[in-house]
Design a binder for this molecule. Structure first.
Ligand code: NAG
Ligand code: NAG
Ligand code: NAG
Ligand code: NAG
Length: 374
């Protein structure tokens, strides 16, 4: 193996580093992968600059190996992998499927819900199932809509839309965050705890950070308790990855032509992880660590649970969003004053592919200690 491909597992912190230019480019493109949601298929929507495709993440003390679809697919033989969360969970799942599709075909075997919020694919070649569950709070909730001014969250109850299928899952990737910024009323134990940004209602204003913390705590506790039972049946326990909050990059007004107009990553000294992005990430990382400590104490087995801590590396990529190219050819009829921009999701291919490269390294590391293959 070439020197740059060799990971240094013992010392590698994949989450701190910098983006460096890389002429190899992505493993797939919007033409070859048919799974990309329209709004993220930036090249086919006419995004003119493609420099954002030619960067790789360089952890400070080691190298991140390029994603190997063949290795991933071998590791997940006969397994069920599920992505649960909001549209960023979907974004990450589509990136993974596009990379895997270069070596094996994912067949869509189930699809349900508005905008296909629940989907399932099967790789016949290796008997791998990959599922997507829409659950933007992970706990039970009612989403804000045109008819409803605020979200309603039930912080002590998990969302059974995914939880009822837990016993079929081998590995879960959880990804939430952005929906917690919206106005919400919070319930716990059947009564109102308070609300976030709902001046019309007569409830105590509470910050959403603690509510995100409660939602994650309830979620991880439920997964552990329900799969702990499964572990004692002699079957493998469940493995869980929590993708941390990927920051958005709106500059100025969201409906101006280029609301995230940058075409290159930030340089190291240009951007600090701070404020809300840092605080959301902190809650997520702390809850993952707390769940691990709690589980290891009480169950006497090692829980495979890790934060996929992408916040910093995502923060440095203001150039990776669709911006106005969420819609096809937004400037086809000349410059416009007001266009909608997406500075939250990520173009595919794009920086989000790197999250799955690190995801594979986490699995590799787990697998060294305790083989994951059936
Ligand atoms: C791994 O990294 C550590 C710390 O940077 C270094 O001392 C060690 O030589 C490295 N090992 C390999 C195999 O590169
Ligand atoms: C996408 O990939 C295919 C196959 O490798 C190639 O023929 C095509 O030119 C690529 N399209 C773009 C836009 O890069
Ligand atoms: C495919 O994998 C599932 C577990 O995800 C397993 O229950 C089933 O027996 C496997 N099927 C075959 C044909 O090996
Ligand atoms: C708001 O709540 C407080 C405390 O529960 C109550 O005393 C007050 O009457 C309420 N006001 C309105 C307008 O409902």
């Amino acid at each position: 193996i070439a020197e740059e491909e060799r990971p240094n597992e013992t010392s590698c912190d994949y989450f701190n580093g910098k983006w460096v230019r890389d002429r190899r480019g992505p493993l797939y493109n919007g033409t070859t992968c048919g799974i990309i949601k329209e709004g993220q298929n930036c090249i086919s929507h006419g995004r003119p600059d493609i420099g954002y495709l030619y960067w790789r993440w360089k952890p400070t003390r080691c190298n991140l190996p390029r994603f190997k679809p063949q290795s991933f697919i071998q590791l997940f033989k006969h397994k069920h992998l599920s992505f649960v969360g909001d549209s960023l969970a979907r974004n990450q799942l589509e990136s993974l499927l596009c990379m895997l599709a270069t070596v094996s075909t994912p067949n869509l075997v189930y699809s349900n819900g508005e905008e296909n919020k629940f989907r399932r694919w099967h790789f016949d070649s290796h008997n791998i199932t990959v599922s997507l569950y829409w659950s933007p709070f992970l706990v039970k909730g009612i989403e804000k809509s045109s008819a409803r001014l605020n979200n309603e969250l039930f912080l002590d109850l998990v969302d059974e839309k995914w939880a009822r299928d837990l016993n079929q899952m081998d590995l879960m990737v959880l990804s939430i965050g952005h929906w917690f910024l919206l106005p919400a009323v919070y319930y716990e134990g059947g009564s109102v705890l308070g609300c976030h940004y709902c001046p019309g209602l007569n409830h105590t204003e509470i910050e959403f950070y603690d509510m995100l913390r409660k939602a994650l705590r309830t979620t991880l506790k439920s997964i552990i308790e329900r799969s702990g039972v499964r572990g004692s049946d002699g079957k493998d326990g469940i493995k869980v990855i929590v993708t941390t909050f990927p920051p958005a990059h709106f500059e100025g007004e969201w409906d101006k032509a280029g609301a995230c107009p940058k075409t290159e990553p930030f340089k190291e000294e240009e951007k600090e992880l701070e404020g809300m992005n840092a605080d959301i990430r902190k809650v997520e990382v702390e809850e993952v660590e707390a769940a691990k400590a709690n589980y290891n104490e009480n169950f006497g087995r090692v829980l495979k649970l890790e934060a996929l801590d992408v916040t910093k590396l995502a923060l440095m990529r203001p150039d990776g969003h669709p911006g106005p190219y969420m819609y096809p050819f937004p400037f086809a009829n000349g410059a416009k004053d007001r266009v909608q921009n997406d500075c939250v999701h990520w173009c595919l291919p794009g920086p989000i592919d790197t999250w799955n490269e690190i995801f594979l390294q986490i699995i590799n590391k787990w697998n060294e200690n305790e083989p994951f293959v059936s």
